[in-house]
Design a protein around this ligand. Structure first.
Ligand SMILES: [Zn+2]
Length: 257
């Protein structure tokens, strides 16, 4: 028999932190708002949203339960420390991309943003995520470089060092929302949509084995590790997003070996 005590609650299934995806549970049939805007809830009452790297403010979840009662929950992200590295004395052309590629960089960024800003009904994110490739972590989410005194955009992926040609496997089911063979920074780039705004991105690939619109299942081959775009050696830069919010995939994948 169900316990009446926990009937009408908004339950979080993991600790909310900066750069973290928050998964939660409400009674099936509930409606849910995040800061006054409705968010998706699965038939079983599961929901998801994300915090940005630098978020410090609480966000407010407001639920309307099937019996008509209501509840609110304020969710504040726990603070994390991110690595900051200052490098001075670099030649200026290494710090600022040349003018003639700026337009290309902007239009490629718009393509990726559009692929991430989808809130489809499929629920593959619920099952969690595996590592798409196993290997040494050579770059962490949230780390930032300050080049010649200019703060760069933080690193929003997890870099996994692996030999050129290593298979990249789908960490969860989803639908391929974008492929691009040659982006300026990220080379061959892929985005997979796992539903409810959750997507994963794969950078610097040597080969893409899937097509836009294709449904993939956990473990399917997505492509191969490479060093395309601006990469110093073969690795997978793996990223995770909730809409335009970039989150840390390492917080969700299981411990490696
Ligand atoms: Zn990276």
């Amino acid at each position: 028999m169900a316990s009446p005590v926990s009937a009408d609650t908004i339950e979080l299934l993991n600790d909310p932190v900066q750069g973290g995806l928050v998964k939660g549970q409400v009674p099936a049939g509930s409606a849910l708002e995040l800061d006054g805007k409705e968010i998706q809830v699965t038939a079983e009452g599961r929901f998801v949203f994300g915090f940005n790297r630098d978020d410090t403010e609480a966000r407010v979840l407001a639920a309307r339960f099937p019996d008509g009662s209501k509840a609110e929950k304020s969710v504040r992200p726990g603070k994390r420390e991110f690595r900051v590295q200052e490098i001075d004395g670099l030649p200026p052309e290494q710090v600022t991309p040349p003018d003639d590629v700026l337009e290309r960089i902007r239009s490629e960024a718009r393509l990726v943003a559009r692929a991430r800003d989808r809130f489809e009904g499929h629920e593959d994110w619920v099952e969690g995520f595996d590592w798409p490739v196993e290997g040494r972590i050579s770059g962490e989410y949230g780390s930032q470089r300050i080049l010649n005194g200019e703060p760069r955009q933080p690193h929003f992926g997890v870099d996994i060092a692996a030999p050129d040609g290593t298979p990249i496997k789908a960490p969860a089911g989803g639908v391929v929302s974008m492929t691009h063979e040659d982006m300026y920074f990220s080379g061959a780039t892929l985005v997979v949509d796992h539903g409810h705004g959750v997507s994963t991105t794969y950078l610097h690939m040597s080969e893409i084995s899937v097509e836009p619109g294709q449904r993939v299942h956990r473990g399917d081959l997505l492509g191969k590790v490479g060093a395309t775009g601006r990469a110093t050696g073969p690795h997978l830069c793996w990223r995770m997003n909730w809409g335009s919010t970039r989150v840390d995939p390492a917080l969700l994948a299981p411990p490696m070996e």
